[in-house]
Design a protein around this ligand. Structure first.
Ligand code: WQD
Length: 338
């Protein structure tokens, strides 16, 4: 079976391609290389020994999307990662986010709604919950007004899919990620932030390798045990495997509704200081950081209620925070060595 992975050379996308190939799927990748490189393609092949098909194209080009589906009319499922995902950038450049994240989704869905059967997995985010009132966060938690245009594109994207699924043969699963971290244990693929990392773990590993002087911890006056924010950090390989499980659910027609929603997290909350401690353990050296003011838009606490993912989807995380930090560190050292 041929599966389309858009953004398949990105961080989560590339790890998902590996897991799809491991399960015997034929993969075609669409990527415009705006936030990835062909080196990632080589990394995938180095791990699995299998060549995905790679189509370099920008999903903002409606005609390109149409041509793609004429050429690849045997796609059985689509996993849609391709999107811009930097929260801060989305605030300063909202139209880039609305055009890239939404027009690409619309053009994809316009092709899928023509099919007699279409299976669609959408990369969403726990950011749709904002600061949830009940923690751990279940899929029934109310959607809060988005804190950024990035978060808004995820909310609007979900609504578009729900509306289209009602009037087409499209079956969809929306996967709301918590905080993806780490890398494949081969260190052939991993997170490749462009410029100064906005996310915690790549900033930590770049500091550990000497690329950054110290980590600025954004606030330790939150109402949490050690005062720093709490998040649900999930190993990217666990997250990738969840996408294959979700896809197989649709291919095997096990879905109970036209659109299903699952929170993908470990169910464990870790504070910034706990993540730092974990890194010190795996790197074997003290870690330089400084407490500074809070970052605008940060929620105090967010971690997943995993009952539905475990009980209905039949997936749960297997890897610990420490294993994720060790894999992120091994990857950073490999990148440095290149
Ligand atoms: C985690 C914690 C920061 C950097 C975002 C998006 C979310 C998803 C993951 C795409 C927070 C603290 C961070 C630093 C710090 N992205 N921190 N110093 O904000 O939970 O989620 O990325 O889907 O949608 O919202 O992740 O890694 O930026 O921050 O103290 O230099 O680390 O304050 O508490 P976040 P993050």
């Amino acid at each position: 079976m041929k599966i389309l992975v858009t953004g398949g050379l990105g961080f989560i996308g590339s790890h998902t391609v590996v897991e799809l190939q491991n399960k015997g799927f034929e993969v075609v990748i669409i990527d415009n290389l705006s936030n990835s490189s062909e080196a990632v393609f080589k990394g995938i092949v180095a791990i699995t020994g299998k060549q995905p098909i790679f189509e370099k194209l920008d999903l903002r080009g409606k005609a390109s999307v149409q041509d793609f589906f004429k050429k690849h009319d045997d796609v059985s499922g689509v996993i849609h990662f391709a999107a811009s995902k930097a929260v801060g950038e989305s605030v300063t450049n909202p139209l880039l986010y609305y055009e890239n994240n939404l027009s690409s989704l619309v053009y994809l869905l316009q092709e899928l709604e023509k099919k007699e059967e279409a299976n669609f997995i959408f990369s969403s985010s726990c950011t749709v919950y904002g600061q949830a009132d009940v923690i751990p966060i279940a899929e029934t938690a109310p959607i809060k007004p988005a804190m950024s245009p990035y978060g808004n594109t995820k909310q609007i994207g979900e609504e578009i899919i729900i509306d289209v699924a009602k009037v087409s043969a499209i079956n969809a699963i929306l996967l709301r990620y918590f905080n993806p971290i780490g890398a494949h244990d081969s260190a052939e693929i991993g997170e490749l932030p462009i410029g100064v990392p906005q996310n915690l773990v790549p900033f930590i590993t770049q500091t550990g390798i000497g690329l950054r002087k110290e980590l600025l911890v954004y606030g330790n006056d939150y109402p949490t045990p050690d005062g720093t924010c709490i998040r649900d950090y999930i190993h990217v390989v666990d997250l990738a495997k969840a996408h294959v499980v979700a896809l197989q659910r649709l291919l095997n027609k096990k879905n109970l509704d036209k659109v299903e929603i699952f929170n993908l997290g470990s169910g464990v909350g870790s504070s910034v200081l706990e993540v730092i401690t974990s890194f010190e353990k795996v790197s074997g050296k003290p870690f330089p950081y400084k407490i500074v003011d809070r970052r605008e838009g940060d929620v105090t606490k967010a971690y997943a209620n995993t009952d539905k993912a475990n009980g209905v989807l039949g997936w749960k995380t297997q890897l610990s925070l420490e294993e994720a930090m060790a894999s992120a560190w091994k990857w950073e050292q490999k990148v440095k060595a290149k």
